[in-house]
Design a protein around this ligand. Structure first.
Ligand code: AMP
Ligand code: GLY
Length: 436
């Protein structure tokens, strides 16, 4: 069995690790494009960009790849699944038309409105002048301004007044900070409450939620500082109570499944529900069409069933036949170790030390690489990105998992290293949820 995983971050490392560490102990040949230095320790990395669909197709044909799993958002938006399907190659992920739930926020918003899925109310603009006059007359602050398209998790502006909103609009629509992604903007109502990620498998008919998780998006402790791709994650989310689980299934997951069917959109892959628990109940902040990063690094270590078997079932439309089992009695905490300065400017190429002091053999610590590369001179490891590593630990409870993760992180050093020290602590107001 030859498998190709497309992407090169911590999420893809976790996917590759989970495929290799499968319950049956089945040997699998895994390729990863482009991968990173950590993935290279357990799989064969191929230097092809995740967005270079043609070269990836050629590689898959030439190497007789049996199955390709797409980790990242951008290739999905470019239609990599359509291209692989077109050549008769087996592939995991939604086609471009289904991934639109992620790559067009205005499309996702219209979909949610049509199918009664709770989400912030919004207006969509494709003209700077009209958007500007709309915010000048906005009666309520803050407002949230979002680039319609993909923006590496950075296209969301929470603006407390007209001056901030004007600046956001001009960055997105005039300066084109995120290129074509900002040609259209969504201006939406500001919501408040704790957030939770719900990842779900989908085979085009059935949507099956995984364990819940939570992403710590802000750069600094106490949810301060700028938004990042995610500075840590926990699984499960303490906010996702049994009561809310039923409510979310009934009001969000099922209407999404039915809405997709009604629109004739066959969504095969991972549906990501970004949820916020507001005082009016759970709302969808966003959909994504792939595994979350770093949520995956906390969720997959608790999956018992073979990930490959589940992916096959999604592709084949037989998800209802698979009993997906989890370590329900355990918790996982992933601490992201980042380059100082991230999500702004940061240096690269700093030697990473101390990983050899961490014992991964005990089975409760996993080091997932994100931005790393091998040094040219020797076997050393160098930083090569904003998020460098994700250190995940499992435990009998959240505290134990967090303690283990931070004990492992304490071994790691590199120049300008930065990590939050409060991953696994809940900083938001839990009473909000209890009062629902
Ligand atoms: P997104 O990229 O859409 O996930 O947004 C990034 C983050 O911005 C979310 O995780 C929220 O913390 C915040 N956010 C997005 N939309 C809203 C909203 N309508 N109200 C309040 N916060 C929001
Ligand atoms: N962790 C947020 C995302 O993957 O979009």
């Amino acid at each position: 069995m030859k498998i190709l995983v497309v992407g090169g971050g911590g999420r893809e490392h976790a996917i590759v690790w989970r495929l290799i560490n499968n319950p049956a102990g089945e040997a699998r040949k895994i390729y990863c494009a482009p991968g990173n230095a950590g993935i290279a320790q357990i799989a064969e990395c191929v230097p092809i960009s995740a967005t270079d669909t043609e070269t990836l197709l050629d590689f898959a044909v030439r190497e007789k790849i049996d199955y390709t799993i797409i980790g990242m958002d951008e290739p999905l938006a470019l239609g990599i699944v359509n291209a692989f399907n077109g050549k008769g190659l087996r592939v995991f992920g939604p086609v471009r038309e289904a991934a639109k739930l992620e790559w067009s926020k205005s499309f996702a918003k219209a979909f949610m409105r049509k199918y009664g899925i709770p989400t912030a109310s919004c207006e969509v603009f494709n003209e700077y002048g009209t958007a500007l006059s709309y915010i000048k007359n906005a009666g309520k602050w803050p407002v949230v301004i979002k680039a319609d398209g993909l923006a590496v998790g950075k296209g969301v502006y929470i603006c407390k007044d007209a001056a901030e909103a004007g600046k956001a609009l001009s960055e997105l629509m005039l300066d084109k900070k995120f290129g074509g992604s900002g040609a259209e903007v969504v201006i939406e109502e500001f919501l408040e409450g704790p957030e939770t990620t719900l990842l779900a498998f989908s085979d085009g008919k059935t949507v099956v939620p995984m364990l819940s998780s939570m992403d710590y998006k802000k750069a600094l402790n106490g949810d301060k500082g700028p938004n990042t791709g995610g500075m840590g994650a926990i699984c499960p989310s303490p906010y996702y109570t049994a009561e809310l689980q039923d409510l979310i299934y009934k009001n969000i997951v099922l209407p999404t499944q039915n809405g997709l069917a009604a629109e004739n959109i066959e969504f095969k892959g991972i549906l990501y529900f970004g949820l916020m628990f507001t005082k009016n109940g759970p709302y969808v902040i966003e959909y994504n069409a792939r595994f979350g990063d770093p949520e995956t690094q906390a969720v997959l270590p608790l999956l018992k069933t073979d990930l490959l078997e589940i992916c096959f079932a999604c592709s084949n439309g037989t998800l209802d036949k698979v009993k997906i089992k989890w370590h329900n009695d355990m918790n996982a905490v992933c601490v992201v170790v980042a380059s100082g300065g991230y999500p702004g400017e940061f240096g690269r190429g700093y030697p990473v030390n101390g990983l050899d002091k961490i014992n991964e053999n005990a089975g409760n610590i996993m080091i997932f690489h994100a931005g790393t590369q091998k040094s040219n001179e020797g076997e050393g490891l160098l930083t090569n990105g904003g998020r460098v590593l994700g250190v995940t630990a499992t435990g009998q409870n959240q505290e134990e998992a967090a303690r283990r993760a931070y004990a492992a992180v304490s071994n790691i050093t590199f120049q300008n290293m930065h990590n939050r020290t409060d991953i696994g602590e809940i900083t938001s107001d839990k009473s909000l949820v209890n009062n629902l």
